[in-house]
Design a protein around this ligand. Structure first.
Ligand SMILES: C[S@@+](CC[C@H](N)C(=O)[O-])C[C@H]1O[C@@H](n2cnc3c(N)ncnc32)[C@H](O)[C@@H]1O
Length: 218
């Protein structure tokens, strides 16, 4: 992304609350890839716009993205999934420190298996696990998204995927066979959400780049 636009959007991102500030400092120290405040602020707005009561995350880390959903909710529940127990333990400690309105449901394991244990509807979903499995996450959860609800995926601009290859993909060239698994994964995800008949998708260049796919029908 253009560096100047990135600085502009980051500069206009909402302020962290106290717990988020601690989490962000931890992420910076550890080099942990979290959504950051510009994308986080977008999650909060989406929670407000959908009047979210139920949120599901594929890949929650230590709970940073969950705080942004929570700050846009008046009640309800956020389901966190994470296959690294230590990360989820940190999420529990931090989220218990804050006074967020929704409850948090902490699930250790493979998000793609865990999602099968939940009935819909979800108002908001975050796809932020292994890039090569994003498309599987979308297919698992699509029917569980409320009409009017949203599926958000992170890292469609920056992250492990190669952005120049994604630009060529967006301009109509195929993705080369020797592209990385992450690059092919993001392109496959974009193919899937853009082709899904009951979703409308847009790309927002906030943070590491989000897709927002709103469910428009059954
Ligand atoms: C990029 S981090 C994002 C964390 C969080 N969404 C945030 O922005 O604060 C992705 C996390 O997903 C976890 N993860 C990756 N694949 C997963 C899977 N299949 N099931 C559960 N967790 C997964 C990783 O361990 C990592 O902590």
């Amino acid at each position: 992304m253009d560096e100047l636009i990135g600085r502009y959007l980051d500069g206009l991102a909402p302020e962290h609350d106290d717990v988020q500030a601690e989490m962000a400092a931890h992420a910076d120290r550890e080099g942990f890839p979290h959504v950051g405040p510009a994308a986080g602020g977008t999650l909060r707005v989406l929670a407000r716009l959908t009047d979210a009561e139920r949120v599901f995350e594929f890949g929650s880390g230590f709970g940073y993205s969950a705080t942004w959903w929570a700050r846009g909710m008046n009640a309800g529940e956020v389901v966190l999934t994470e296959h690294d127990r230590e990360e989820l333990d940190m999420a529990y400690d931090w989220l218990s420190e804050a006074d967020y309105a929704p409850a948090f449901d902490y699930q250790v394991g493979d998000a793609l298996e865990l999602v099968g244990e939940y009935e819909g509807p979800f108002d908001c979903v975050l796809v932020d696990h292994e890039k090569e499995r994003y498309v599987d996450g979308f297919h698992e959860v699509a029917d569980k998204v409320a009409v009017g609800g949203v599926v958000v995926a992170d890292n469609v601009v920056q992250g492990p995927a190669d952005f120049e290859t994604l630009v060529e993909y967006a301009e109509g060239e195929g993705v080369p066979d020797d592209a990385s698994a992450a690059t092919r994964g993001i392109a496959a995800y974009l193919d899937a959400v853009r082709a899904a008949p009951d979703f409308e998708t847009t790309v927002l260049p906030v943070g590491s780049g989000l897709t927002v796919s709103v469910r428009t029908g059954e």
